[in-house]
Every structure is written in C-alpha cells, then in structure tokens.
Design a protein around this ligand. Structure first.
Ligand code: MN
Length: 438
C-alpha cells in the first residue's frame, strides 16, 4: 500500500465540516455506504461520506462531471448495492477515490454542482452496503481465545491449532443487519448451572463481540487459491461488526461443529465501509512473538510482515434502557486496537480460499472478536465480567454480567497517528429486545 496526495494531511475540503478536528469523515477518508433519505421510500443508492454529509453518487453520476474510467467506476458505485463496484477491483477503486477527492477538495471548480448532491447524514437511512452471498466469522485474537479459555480453567491455553491457522466457521447471512438493528433475544437449548439436562428457553447469557467486517472485492474461482502476495487486492474495505453471541446456548451446542443458534439470530455491521486505500497510512508491521510457530509458507510474505497489521482503534459502549430514560448516555466498556490481532486480514483471506473455496464480491469476513493484551481491552462482555461472575459497572448504579433486554451496544472505530489525518468508521449500534413468546 502506497501513500499519495489523497492521504496528505494538509488537504482540505470546501465543506467546512470535513475539516473539523475529530471528524470521522475528512477528505482523506471517503468511505462508501448505501442509503436514501430517511423515510422516503426512494431507491437506495451508493454514497460517500464527507464531513457531516453524504455525497449521493446517483445524483453525482447524473451531473456527468466524471468521464472515462472514473465515470464508469462512479456508475458502479452509485448502484443499490456496491457488489459491482467491489468486483471492479483496486484500479477502479483508486480511480474513483482520486476523482472524488478532486471534486471535494478546497478550490474545486465543480463545487456548486457537487454540493447539490449532498444529503445531511442526520437525514439518511442505510441498508446493507452489499448483497452478501456468504458470511464467515473468524476467531483470530489470541487474547480473546486465552481470556475465554481461562474463565473455565486459569491455566488454559488457546487450542493447539490456533497458532497455526486463522480459525473460522461459516455464518448466517439472512440475519445480517445494518447499524440500528433491533432483534429479539434468542431461544435455544442450554444447560442451567448444576442441571443434568438442558432447557429450551430464552438465552440468559446474552453477549456482544466487537469485530471488524472485511469486505471482499473481486474474489476467486473455486479451486483457485489467492496467494498471500495478492490478498491485499481482494480487500475492498473494512467496517465495524457486532457478532452477537448467546453464551449459554453456545457452550452447550458447539461441540463438535461450532455455534448454531448461539450466533445465527443477528449480526450487525456499520453502514460505512472505510476503504483499504484510506487505511494505508495506519498499516504496521505484522509480527509473531518469539517462540510461537511462524506461519506456514502460504500464510507468510514480506508484504504481510512489513504492513499486514492495521492500527484501528476500537471502543465498545453500552446504553441501558435506564440510561436512555434518564438521559445519562452510554457508558464506555472497553477499548483496544486491531493491531494486536494474531492473524492479519491478508492471512484470513488467503486461508479462506486456500482449501478450494471461492469468494465472491461482497462476501463478508468477520475478523473474530478483537481483544487486546491489557485489562479493559476485551472485546466481549464474557471476558470483562469473567463469565458473568464479576459484573461490570455500566453507570447509574447499574451492573451487567451479561446483556439485559433494552440494552444498546455501540461500537466505534477510528485511526489516528502523528503525521496523518484522523479517519473514523462511524458507529455500529444494535439493541436487544425481549424474547418473543414461545
Ligand atoms: Mn465472533
């Protein structure tokens, strides 16, 4: 990943809100979503965020300001899903990024025409940014894996295969939702403490998982691997993802095939996909601790070693029903960075395709829960509250061992470092509703 003028921290937009300190969407970001005016019944279409506005790409395409390859890429990105744009690959992505940057930059001659395509972010509603064919959830944070194992046994370690391959299971697409998703607490089989037979009842150990969503670009034909040297070309961008988890159901049902009811009732993603291009300044060396197995050859490359990690800061916030009623606002539960993840995005993509599996444009890979090494860096409540045994303070005298009905979990993400402009992911928000009557 190389940097160019679109990453220049000195660049400013003619839209003042985009230049404000702490803004998620400066001109260096330019993330993509699919949206329409809230409550309008209009067709959904692609958009790019700038400051406190969304640039409606269908309106922009109609203005015919872009021609040639940029115009073609704009036509794809303006559609009701981003799949065709994702399929077009890195050259098309970069061409459109550069063209949009030129239109939005301070002093752009086309300002008036572009301005007519702006919609206030406060007045839009979103849908999933792509038609997702397949969703896979990884399990690639060593800190998360070890924390979870040690709730049961203090000296436990991650499973033997964890340090050799990015573990994953196939997830469910029909219950994927965009930020704002509200879902009913699931029912399932679980074993009450001390019982010898399970019950079928509403989950009593509801949890979230703070993850990132990796959105796949062109993909690969079944049977054709994605060499790790080419994996970066397959990563269109990244958004936030909450992999809601019913822990009691999960513990009972997962041996030997993995989670089923525990995970398939809801998964929430944030609407804005921050492109791999925008994330380039925040890449870091990917390292493997001394004494740990080094990756097998198909999961190792000089580029992955040099810049496979990405410093994406993440926070989890919780707003309870009571906090909402009292106007208290959400409480911060934890914060960490994706830089600590044991396996990189490129390694996940390459490993996924390595066995013969085809990936398609718009496929979604969950990174796995992102937990960091320190206290307060855990990406799931089960870790923070030690399996419910040590409930955490969520403000106003309230505590949580697991989530209660009415709880809203908010994920936030951003990248920042000296010499680069801060870019943000916006929010991923979801609410647990009471279980439906049986
Ligand atoms: Mn997960």
């Amino acid at each position: 990943m190389t940097l160019d003028h679109t990453h220049d921290p000195a660049a400013r937009s003619w839209l003042a809100a985009a230049n404000a300190a702490g803004c998620d969407f400066p001109i260096q970001n330019l993330p993509f979503a699919v949206l329409r005016r809230r409550g309008s019944g209009e067709a959904f279409r692609g958009a790019v965020a700038i400051g406190d506005q969304a640039l409606d790409l269908a309106t922009l395409a109609g203005a015919k300001l872009l021609t040639g390859a940029a115009g073609e890429a704009l036509t794809l990105a303006a559609q009701p899903t981003l799949n065709a744009f994702m399929a077009a690959g890195p050259d098309a992505w970069r061409t459109l990024r550069h063209a949009l940057f030129a239109l939005l930059r301070e002093g752009a001659a086309q300002e008036a025409a572009v301005r007519s395509g702006l919609l206030p972010l406060a007045e839009v509603e979103y849908t999933l940014p792509a038609r997702v064919g397949d969703y896979t959830d990884f399990y690639t944070s060593l800190d998360h894996a070890v924390n979870c194992m040690r709730i049961m046994r203090p000296d436990a370690d991650a499973p033997a295969n964890f340090r050799w391959l990015p573990q994953a299971y196939h997830g469910r697409v029909s219950t994927l939702g965009v930020s704002g998703q509200r879902f009913h607490r699931p029912r399932g089989q679980w074993l009450p403490p001390g019982a010898s037979a399970p019950v079928f009842a509403p989950c009593a150990a509801m949890d979230y998982e703070c993850e990132l969503a990796l959105w796949i670009g062109p993909g690969n034909a079944a049977g054709q691997p994605i060499p790790i040297a080419r994996a970066q070309e397959q990563l269109f961008g990244i958004s936030l993802l909450n992999d809601w988890s019913a822990r009691d159901i999960q513990v009972w049902e997962m041996a030997p095939l993995g989670p089923f009811h525990a995970k398939n009732f809801a998964t929430t993603v944030s609407p804005w996909i921050v492109t791999a291009e925008a994330l380039a300044p925040f890449r870091l060396a990917w390292t493997r601790p001394e004494g740990d197995p080094q990756p097998l050859a198909y999961l190792d490359s000089p580029a992955n070693r040099a810049q496979g990690a990405i410093d994406i800061r993440l926070e989890v916030w919780l707003e309870t029903e009571q906090a909402r009623q009292q106007g208290r606002g959400p409480a911060r539960l934890s914060g960490t960075s994706f830089r600590h993840q044991y396996w990189s995005a490129a390694q996940m993509i390459t490993h996924h395709a390595a066995g013969g599996c085809g990936l398609q444009p718009g496929d979604l890979l969950g990174s796995g829960t992102i937990s960091g090494p320190g206290p307060g860096e855990a990406g799931a409540l089960i870790e923070l509250a030690r399996g419910g045994q040590q409930p955490v303070d969520v403000g106003g005298g309230e505590q949580r061992g697991f989530l209660a009905d009415g709880d809203t979990v908010i994920l936030r993400g951003w990248c920042e470092k000296p010499g680069a402009t801060r870019i943000g992911f916006g929010e991923c928000r979801g609410t647990v509703l009471p279980a439906v009557d049986a």
